[in-house]
Design a protein around this ligand. Structure first.
Ligand code: P5A
Length: 445
């Protein structure tokens, strides 16, 4: 993309309404525009990152064997009357009447609807196990929408639902989701710690939230610092292997890590004092096992091998897709702007032309731009007729992890400059080498 043709409405001033750094940078980098409290338009740069995050989520869901579908945002109230949640959900639910006077709602989650799909089409154990998911907009009329996309009213969620014959199989689905979520977050450059939590309006006994530690996080968390030393890394996981998924789940959840809702002072105090941590975190996901809560109420049954009929065992699993943009920025920025991890960056590399209109410099930039595109990468070429300082400031603000700077002085010596946004380190090399280096960096992403 050429900057002169793009739509990147960056702001010079800090917007007064933004209290935390991710919100500030998302507004300043022209990623989002607020349309009403907690409701945003996703401008091109923000939309691009949102799509990259969605893509990672889809890839990791596919790896775990989960199947995508798409349910609507608007739901009939009658489904929620069946589960009893229409009355229970309270003011967070946005209730709407259609022209026939029928009660509708903008879905805050989809347990009822997916259970309805299941009961309409599945009735034998032979069709299990089954995990369906979608990435769809949700609406929760939050009392205090704030911090930009962190606590929106309209927000994008990946929500998945498993259907199993036995409790043991459903617990495997729980463990499988836990492992697959760990991998999803790690690919985005995040450490998200599973913590025992409260199940709230979704229900069930077993539930873990995934928390990214950040001072600006809304949740208070208590944990054993040893938990921050564990990562999934490049382990090869067989998602069908129950014992393997259980072992990973146990490895990540046996050390003390809880949100304030389930905090147990006595258990916490049993941890050696120097490892006892009390901090704040951003909840980027949550997994639940609730057994037959919805299937029993809504008559979603399956015939077992011995011919009897039982309600199907279920759980649900959510990732805060739009919230993740905020979480990633909170975890990765400096005083000049965002620093995108390679896995989610909106453009792979920025190209800065220091002397627009100079034939040699223009030609060198064009050459780099086309070579990167030919390699399947997505560069952003700042071809504006602007001062170098202004171009650098924009690149730093929008946070592309790599920048190639091209100017007449370097070209005289046959070199351009390759700069890492994270370290600020610059290295001179030929344009061909810079392109090759960028291609090599992204080969693993
Ligand atoms: C699991 C999937 C559920 O709704 N039902 C379907 C279950 N879980 S949850 O924890 O309530 O939500 C899942 C994730 O969505 C994100 N989230 C939000 N993001 C932005 N703004 C909000 N107001 C908001 N509310 C929830 C969180 O990341 C949460 O973990």
């Amino acid at each position: 993309m050429r900057m002169t043709r793009y739509f990147l409405p960056v702001l010079k001033e800090n917007p007064a309404e933004a209290q935390i750094v991710s919100h500030r940078y998302m507004l300043r980098a022209g990623m989002i525009k607020q349309q009403a409290a907690g409701i945003y338009s996703w401008l091109p740069l923000g939309y691009k990152v949102l799509k990259r995050i969605e893509q990672i989520v889809h890839e990791e869901q596919a790896r775990a064997g989960h199947i995508p579908l798409l349910m609507p945002t608007l739901q009939p109230a009658d489904l929620w009357r069946e589960s009893g949640r229409y009355d229970d959900y309270g003011q967070e639910m946005l209730r709407i009447k259609d022209r026939q006077g029928r009660d509708m709602l903008y879905g805050p989650t989809n347990e009822e609807m997916i259970t309805d799909i299941f009961r309409s089409h599945v009735n034998s154990y032979k069709d299990l196990p089954l995990t369906l998911y979608h990435i769809q907009w949700k609406f929760r009329d939050e009392m205090r929408p704030r911090f930009g996309v962190m606590r929106g009213r309209e927000f994008l969620m990946k929500d998945g639902y498993n259907f199993d014959l036995t409790v043991e199989d459903a617990l495997h689905a729980y463990n499988r989701h836990l492992v697959s979520y760990l991998r999803t977050y790690e690919r985005m450059g995040l450490q998200a710690i599973p913590m025992r939590a409260d199940s709230g309006p979704i229900g069930g006994e077993d539930t873990h939230e995934f928390l990214v530690l950040a001072e600006t996080g809304e949740s208070e968390v208590f944990y054993d610092s040893a938990v921050t030393d564990i990562s999934l890394g490049a382990r090869d996981i067989d998602y069908d292997d129950k014992a393997q998924c259980k072992a990973v789940m146990e490895e990540f959840t046996s050390l003390y890590a809880r949100t304030d809702e389930t905090h147990d002072e006595a258990a916490f105090n049993a941890i050696p004092e120097e490892r006892r941590k009390c901090a704040r975190g951003i909840e980027v996901g949550q997994i639940f096992f609730f057994g037959t809560k919805y299937s029993e109420a809504m008559g979603a049954t399956v015939v077992t091998p011995d011919g009897s009929k039982v309600p199907v065992q279920m759980g649900s699993h959510g990732i805060g897709v739009s919230r993740l943009l905020g979480a990633i920025i909170e975890a990765s920025h400096d005083d000049k702007g965002i620093i995108w991890p390679e896995g989610v960056t909106p453009f792979h590399c920025g190209i800065v032309n220091l002397k627009q209109g100079d034939d040699d410099t223009d030609a060198a930039c064009e050459g780099i731009y086309k070579a990167l595109q030919k390699a399947g990468l997505d560069p952003l070429y700042d071809d504006r007729n602007d001062r170098a300082g202004a171009k650098f400031a924009t690149m730093d603000l929008i946070g592309l992890p790599w920048r190639i700077t091209v100017g007449p002085r370097g070209l005289k010596n046959g070199v351009v400059e390759l700069t890492s946004r994270r370290t600020g380190e610059s290295v001179e090399m030929t344009a061909d080498d810079a392109v090759a280096r960028i291609i090599e960096i992204y080969a693993g992403h």
